[in-house]
Design a protein around this ligand. Structure first.
Ligand code: UD1
Length: 339
């Protein structure tokens, strides 16, 4: 059985990916410092899969600790690197916190695992900014980042590309996620936002359950059919499966040892469409108002996902209704079983 290191494996996308790795027959070791996750998630993973991942709690910015970990775990054949800070607004206020954490950790991992290794990296469609052509393909130019967070994703992609150019033993796939939402069908794992959620879907579910007040739609004067901004929402379980497909791809002959894939559904939904999809699929009425645009937001972005279908054999299977239903089921689970 192959052993895969999942950094940030207790986090939102990480935990769903650990479940899919077990479903696909892999063994898992998690590195997490629980800076933005809860150790109880490991028990939840165990409830779903009947397996408990090995956990190593360390700070990936500590080079000596990462070196020691690698020396102790020579049997790891692949890495999925999720561990990173991701709050856009906070990154503007505390840029060095983001550059240090997101970049040092990647450099330390690459230095420590400089032998034969395959790696899947979490990037974001944020690297495209507002694309001139939609759906956006992987070949679209990367635009200057709106935030230090976005910049860490761009710089990380460059670090990986340059490292692959000089080390043929290193094979890397960067996945550029669109907007991950939803939760596992068991409702035992899902997103655990700290404080007031900045992202749309967790704000919707918290508002519906009574934890937050009115939802503000950030702008209805965009040049879109209903005036609200458009994103490509992707179910987190589909996204998790894309990581397994990427690991398998890394075992095959690849045209290059560094490849990038868009991971979305290829379909855009507006903020108002998401609100109505939530209401229709859950039967819950939402209380919302139209407010001004949010600074730094792009008007619309959705992905061309044909490269992933062609080369990874992966395609999103779950639609917006399923995303909303599962997000709502998770919010209700959290109310009944607070973390
Ligand atoms: C945001 C980040 C992006 C990051 C991604 C991770 C920003 C500017 N971008 O993407 O860099 O990779 O999260 O998941 O923060 N909206 C409302 N009301 C709300 C919240 C959101 O109308 O209360 C709207 C937003 O204006 C946007 C859409 O909903 O049009 C989705 O927003 P969000 O979930 O925050 O994701 P992004 O902004 O696309």
């Amino acid at each position: 059985m192959e052993k895969i290191l999942v950094t940030g494996g207790a986090g939102y996308i990480g935990s769903h990916t650990v479940v899919e790795l077990y479903n696909a027959g892999y063994e898992v070791v998690i590195i997490d410092d629980f800076s933005n996750s809860d150790p109880k998630i490991l028990t939840q993973i165990e409830k779903i899969t009947a397996k408990r991942p090995e956990l190593v709690q360390l700070d990936l910015c500590n080079e000596a600790a990462v070196q020691a970990f690698a020396a102790d775990h020579r049997d790891i054949t692949g890495i999925i690197h999720f561990a990173a800070f991701k709050a856009v607004g906070e990154s503007v206020q505390q840029p060095l916190k983001y550059y240090r954490n997101n970049l040092f950790s990647l450099v330390n991992i690459l230095n420590a695992f400089n032998h034969h290794i395959k790696l899947v990296f979490s990037s974001s469609c944020t690297v495209y900014g507002q694309p001139t052509e939609l759906p956006v393909t992987e070949a679209a130019p990367v635009q200057s980042a709106e935030s230090p967070y976005g910049n860490t994703k761009q710089i990380s992609e460059e670090i990986l590309r340059d490292s692959c150019a000089v080390n043929p033993l290193l094979k890397v796939i960067t996945l550029r996620y669109f907007n991950p939402v939803g939760a596992h069908s068991s409702a035992l794992i899902g997103e655990l936002p700290i404080g007031v959620p900045q992202n749309l879907v967790p704000f919707i579910t918290q508002s519906a359950i009574g934890k937050r007040g009115q939802i503000t739609v950030f702008g209805d004067d965009y040049r879109t059919p209903d005036g609200s901004a458009i994103r490509d929402y992707i179910h987190v379980v589909d996204l998790a499966k894309a990581h397994v497909a990427a690991l398998k791809k890394l075992d095959s002959e690849m045209a290059s040892n560094y490849e990038i894939f868009n991971i979305g559904t290829g379909k855009g939904s507006s903020v108002l469409e998401i609100i109505h999809a939530f209401e229709n699929s859950t039967g819950q009425k939402l209380n919302y108002v139209i407010g001004p645009r949010r600074e730094g937001d792009v008007e619309q972005v959705y992905g061309d996902v044909s490269k992933a279908a062609r080369e990874l054999g992966w395609k999103a299977a779950l639609g917006v209704d399923e995303m909303m239903r599962s997000a709502w089921k998770w919010e209700k689970y959290l109310k009944a079983n607070p973390f």
